[in-house]
Design a protein around this ligand. Sequence first.
Ligand code: COI
Length: 353
Amino acid sequence: MGFEITIQKSENSRIGNFDPQNIGFGKIFTDHMFLANWDGKTWTNPRIVPYGPLELSPATSAIHYGQAIFEGMKAFKNMSNGKTLIFRPLENCHRLNRSAERMVMPSVPDDLFMEGLTQLLEIDEEWIPKTEGGALYIRPYMFATDDFIGVKPSETFIFAIFCCPVGPYYNKALKIKVEDEFSRAAPGGVGFTKCAGNYGASMYPTLKAQQEGFDQVLWTDPVSHQWVEETGTTNLFAVIGDTVITPALTPTLLAGITRDSVIQGLKHLGYNVEERGLSVDELKAACKNGSLKEIFITGTAATLISIQGFGHKGEYFEVLDNGNTDASQSIKNFLDAIRYGKAEDVFNWNVEI
Ligand code: COI
């Protein structure tokens, strides 16, 4: 299926207001956005228009009943030839569609996703930071637009993509609180999706953790609170002895694309990687006996960040000062070299435009 995308260019670029030396995260948006409408049967009116407010009915069903899903992905500048590299975009398209199925939303065809994305990046190419550490964060998302207040799946939706130039999401090693009261996701629920409600529900526990001096929550399984799952914004890896362990995927865990890249990359670099249950007790025991070398977290926005230490039931476990960052540094360098076009893309992850 081919999609004809109409383009309305912005008359006043805002790029002059953008300071590449002081990017921050998520506050500046590029000049354009991509939009398409689902009319109940098909995707219609794919278009690129100036970035700006959307006009919506107060009864827009996504706002009331939460049919809203999103993705996070990044584009980088190839440091050697200036071309744009998008990191594993089809993985995001496919995860968006897994979320869509669970939330009774239409799927977005690969070619609509890729055409909208690549044309948008071509138009807003100048906004992609040219400095290492910088990237263009891309936010594809979909939400229900029926103007109707009964509880039922919406018949109409908007699929949209907008972008922001970004620097680091976190700029220091984090202290995380192992959550043993609140839950992020339950068996049979929507934990494996990137639906908006998962993030809305996490804000109260995260705020409480921050009031206790932590930066983030480390979610545990909702039944026993014994098994580590993910943090509020990322997946998690622990290096115990000579093994890198990450919680195995379950229906309550988000299948991170960075998580998958880290697993594949570490194996490629010769590390022993295990996807399996990781209990809070194992982490605490390894920290106490000195075999816990490091904990790091991974995500598109966060990239890869070390964990300073973790708290559990009022006890604090220091990790970073007692360990080493060998595995996280190696995989960070490996992934960055591919993302910025400085090393061979051995897994064919980059889409060049
Ligand atoms: C991402 O890493 O892209 C995310 O979507 C996580 C968060 C910023 C909500």
